[in-house]
Structure formats: C-alpha cells, structure tokens
Ligand binder design. Structure first.
Ligand SMILES: [Zn+2]
Length: 142
C-alpha cells in the first residue's frame, strides 16, 4: 500500500522535518526557530522568491512571510484549523496503531485534495491559453 511506504511516514518525526530547515532565516532569539517550526508540523519548502516558505507535512498548508515573534503552532492552527496533526492531543509516538492509521487516512485526504486542486489549476491555465489562441486565430492574427 502506497500510504505505508516508509518514506512518507518518516516525516511524522519532527527530527526529520527539522533537517529540512537548512538556510531558514530565523534562528536565534525568536519564536519561529527551525526546532519550533518542525515541532509544529512544518517542513521548509523554499522557492526562488520565498526563502521562508514552510508547509505542513500533513495538511499541506503553505505559509510564508514569517516574523520572528510568530508562534508556529498558533499560526498553523489559525491558518489551517482543519489540520488533524496540529490538533493532536498526543505525540505521534504515543498514538495506538489504530489512531495512527486513522490519522494517516486523514492525511491522504489532504494529499488527494491538493493533487486535484493542482490539476484543476493546470487545466484552467491551459484552457485560458487555448482560448486566447483560438481568438487570435479567428481574428487572423496568426
Ligand atoms: Zn497542518
């Protein structure tokens, strides 16, 4: 089963999320240190224009524009209230097998949802381009 592959489960451990925070702009004397970010479920997903983009490994919510005093847990909860991971009452290591599988099932829903949304966005962009081309052709501006 895809969802039981070791790779996708490793990220449940905060130490593994912490490793992604290389080059994170906030380190000392602030709330959003790599440690706190990783504990709050985030992984570092920097882009060319956003060195401080972080994404929850579970709900896939991306947040950027961090300020030193931002509390990663609070930010996570307020921007993604439906995330099961950030609302967990126990540590992942303390969950029973059943609880863990239920959690992983919820995670899959977020993954599928995001994949669908991305596909729709790609489709719409493609359709827009085609429409523009058709109009151009119709107007004889080839
Ligand atoms: Zn989340």
């Amino acid at each position: 089963m895809e969802m039981l592959k070791e790779e996708s489960l490793k990220i449940y451990l905060w130490e593994n999320r912490l490793k992604t925070f290389e080059g994170w702009p906030f380190d000392e004397d602030c709330s959003c240190t790599p440690e706190n970010m990783a504990k709050a479920g985030f992984i570092h997903t920097p882009s060319e224009n956003g060195p401080d983009v972080a994404m929850c490994f579970f709900c896939l919510k991306e947040l950027e524009g961090w300020e030193p005093e931002d509390d990663p847990v609070k930010e996570h909860k307020s921007h993604s209230p439906s995330c099961h991971f950030i609302s967990l009452k126990k540590k992942v290591e303390e969950l029973t097998m059943e609880e863990f599988f239920k959690l992983q099932k919820e995670r899959q829903k977020f993954t599928v949802n995001k994949a669908c949304k991305d596909a729709i966005t790609r489709f719409e962009e493609d359709a827009k381009e085609r429409r523009a081309n058709i109009i151009k052709t119709a107007m004889g501006e080839e």
